[in-house]
Design a protein around this ligand. Structure first.
Ligand SMILES: C=C1C[C@]23C[C@@]1(O)CC[C@H]2[C@@]12CC[C@H](O)[C@@](C)(C(=O)O1)[C@H]2[C@@H]3C(=O)O
Ligand SMILES: O=C(O)CCC(=O)C(=O)O
Ligand SMILES: [Fe+2]
Length: 336
């Protein structure tokens, strides 16, 4: 069992906790990718939740558990070895600190750029610290996630009745697409029980929206993920290690002029079980102008957002805290 170092434990209990929520999301939208109605269900889910579960996706379970086992092998290594792949810059191995603006969580992780041309020394150390086949396991998995995201984005375009079919997926297919991949490991935290007695929960990963176009998450069967509904209630998402969960990101919210909502989500730590999650974040090229899709806009409909590039959004994102409403300053109504 991996235990995060003791001295900082109290800081965590003091710094980041939140009111417990026991509501289980039974009505979570589930989309069968082989269903002819998939495109309609996807659009509905993106408007209502910004979140849905994907089944019948064609990715073999073995493929997912292979990478999960490789990742666990890395997280089980002594701290000094893992630290050789860190600190994150933002890519590389990180523990407890998320980003560089003071966010913390009961989590250790590896963050990788998916573009092999911009591979950092930290990522190389991560691969070196593990068996040789880790790099190909990661690359194969990323390729499968990119393919699935592109299919989902094409179904979205179809469901929205806009053309061409690749109007969204081209952003991820572009060779300059700025996408990344994250593996999060949440060790069990016995102190969670004490926190729960005081009516609080301990955060593994604080609330935020994903800034990119789309994210696809797969976890083991340990619970912890929660999403925030449009009425502000937090609900737990029952884990399913055989399925994928899709998140609408901030960029997709802008591209659809607010029709789709980027989903606020967070992860709570568990007392006894460790959680391992793997997330592919599909992003556009840095120079891409993020504006509502012209083919989607109604006559006289105006953009809710100021014009900006993904590079500009990214710069703002790295200056923000996890829970900040990052789209705020880019809204035309901001400050009015
Ligand atoms: C606190 C931060 C971590 C983050 C960059 C940021 O300054 C604000 C956004 C954060 C986030 C959330 C979703 C993804 O996990 C992530 C990789 C991303 O693209 O935006 C993280 C960033 C990070 O960990 O570097
Ligand atoms: O680890 C998880 O289940 C979700 C983490 C997350 O939302 C993120 O890394 O952006
Ligand atoms: Fe996220």
């Amino acid at each position: 069992m991996v235990v995060l170092s003791k001295p900082t434990l109290n800081n965590f209990l003091l710094v980041k906790s939140c009111k417990p929520s026991t509501t289980l999301l039974n009505g979570i939208p589930v989309v069968d990718l082989a269903d002819p109605e998939a495109k309609t269900l996807i659009v509905k889910a993106c408007k209502e939740f910004g979140f849905f579960k994907v089944v019948n996706h064609g990715v073999p379970l073995e493929f997912m558990s292979n990478l999960e086992n490789e990742a666990l092998r890395f997280f089980k290594k002594p701290q000094s070895e893992k630290d050789r792949a860190g600190p994150p810059d933002p890519f590389g191995y990180g523990s407890k600190r998320i980003g560089s603006n003071g966010d913390v969580g009961w989590v250790e992780y590896i963050l990788l750029n998916t573009n092999p041309d911009v591979i950092s020394n930290k990522s190389l150390s991560f691969y070196r610290e593990n068996r040789q086949n880790l790099r190909s396991a990661v690359e194969d998995y990323i390729a499968a996630m990119k393919k699935m995201c592109c299919l989902v984005l094409e179904l979205m375009a179809d469901g929205l009745g806009i053309e061409p079919k690749n109007v969204l997926s081209r952003l991820l297919k572009d060779e300059k697409s700025d996408s990344c991949f994250r593996i999060n490991h949440y060790p069990p935290c016995p102190e969670v029980q004490q926190a729960a007695l005081n009516g609080r929960n301990l955060l593994g990963f604080g609330e935020h929206t994903d800034p990119q176009v789309i994210s696809v998450l797969r976890s083991n069967s340990t619970s912890g993920l929660q999403i925030c509904l449009t009425d502000g209630t937090w609900v737990s998402v029952p884990p399913d290690h055989t399925s994928f969960f899709i998140n609408v990101g901030d960029t997709l919210q802008v591209l659809t002029n607010g029709r789709f909502k980027s989903v606020k989500h967070r992860v709570l730590a568990d007392t006894t079980k460790s959680r391992l999650s793997m997330i592919y974040f599909g992003g556009p090229p840095l120079s891409e102008k993020i504006v509502p899709l012209p083919s989607l806009m109604l006559k006289k409909e105006e953009s809710l957002y100021k014009e900006f590039t993904w590079l500009e959004y990214k710069k703002a994102m790295y200056n923000s805290r996890l829970a900040d409403y990052r789209l705020g300053p880019f809204e035309k109504s901001y400050g009015k």
